[in-house]
Design a protein around this ligand. Sequence first.
Ligand code: THG
Length: 267
Amino acid sequence: MLIVGELINSSREAVRRAIEGRDSAAIQRLALSQAAAGADYIDINCGTRIEDEEETMQWLVQCIQEVCDAPLCIDSPAPGALAAGLEAAQRRDKPLMINSITAEQMRYAAVLPLVRKYKAKVIALLMDDRGMPETAADRIRIADRLIGDLIADGIAPGDIYIDPLVKPISTGSSFGREVLEAVRYISERYPEVHKICGLSNISFGLPNRKILNRIFMIQAMAAGMDAYILDPTDRAMMGLFYGSRALLGYDPYCAGYLKAHRSGLYD
Ligand code: THG
């Protein structure tokens, strides 16, 4: 199981300010604190910087890898920004994750060569030229096609992380369940393919969001989800993550639960 730390995202006020002031120390602290909190990858997203996303992505990558060994997850819908981030990140011997490819024809064709060139793991979002999925059936149709295409194009199943696209339950009361159903199908049909999601979308528009994010993490794990994009410095979330993983039998001898406890990673 895998945790991708989400805090380096230019939609967050602190990150926006750090980018504007080229405050590398602030960015470096965010990377180090997430790695120390148990993040396996550090997500880097500067998608709000429309005018200079590529240059900002390179600056962020350089600044993080100066101080932090953690593998990076380069997050952008724009193939040019992905290429810029990957180029800056390849100067060391660390795994890379690309966030993300989709079944949209243009985006698939532009991102696939990057996955190959950098031998990266890739997050594959379940959307296509028809748009965003609503039901489990929509997600399953896109997953079958996207996984089939990626494997046919030489990507190892174990390097694929399917993101079912979590939508707010405030905009559709069955939106949580539709994701869980799709995750169960993908887990059964493609046992080697991973499943990842961001959690904060599920609670958008509702109060006490953290409660919903945490519950959904556990529900998704029971359905087969094995990777998350989240705030690893949320100690309650991390306790539930390690606990749920152990309770579902994914943590032999509870070694991960015990190690995280000894390291003081959760309350
Ligand atoms: N799937 C994939 N990539 C993604 C997402 C996804 N990348 C971006 C996003 N979703 C995940 N990353 C973030 C980063 C920051 C925030 C949310 C998701 C964020 N949170 C608010 C904050 O920290 O201030 C508050 C959120 C809350 O209320 O708890 O800004 O789904 N593949």
